[in-house]
Design a binder for this molecule. Structure first.
Ligand code: FEO
Length: 168
């Protein structure tokens, strides 16, 4: 059985993953309307991954005898100032998610729930990858600056990245 404190922390994380999925979906849709197909594909896929993160938590909570709560979601932004802003938002968001995951891990340790602690390690590793990817993208965008040709190639790179992952 899950301790109430753990159940509450996991339900909060379910909400955060759902909000992340929704946030990236808004970014993806905006990028699509801006003609940035590579960026939008990348973000649609990222949104799907966040949903998967949420699903994994829902299943875990229910399997461990808790009750997962499907949360109401806040309206994400409808537009974004620039592609650079999109990825700045993404990195900031992921940094926040990492801090929240660490909080869940802290609760697991204080409650001596080693099963949930073990389960959460997957999220800890995932955050390292996601933050690293977001930083790499940020570096690329800083290099590109206002160069339109650079942005075109960046968009194509993200499209290719997507195709490679799908093929893998
Ligand atoms: Fe599920 Fe990107 O954190």
């Amino acid at each position: 059985m899950l301790a109430k404190k753990i159940e509450k922390a996991l339900n909060e994380q379910i909400r955060i993953e759902a909000e992340s999925s929704q946030f990236y979906l808004a970014m993806a849709s905006w990028a699509e309307t801006e003609g940035l197909n590579g960026v939008s594909q990348f973000l649609y896929q990222h949104s799907d991954e966040e949903r998967m993160h949420m699903m994994k938590l829902i299943r875990f909570v229910n399997e461990r005898g808790g009750k997962a709560i499907i949360p109401a979601l806040t309206q994400p932004p409808k537009t974004f100032d620039s592609i650079k802003k999109v990825f700045e938002n993404l990195l900031n968001h992921e940094t926040m998610v990492t801090a929240e995951i660490n909080k869940v891990v802290d609760v697991c340790l204080s409650e001596k729930d080693y099963t949930t602690h073990n389960f959460m390690q997957w999220y800890v590793s995932e955050q390292i990858e996601e933050e690293a990817l977001a930083r790499t993208i940020q570096d690329k965008l800083n290099l590109i600056g206002n160069d339109k040709g650079g942005l075109y190639l960046f968009d194509r790179d993200l499209e290719n990245l997507q195709t490679e992952e799908e093929g893998a």
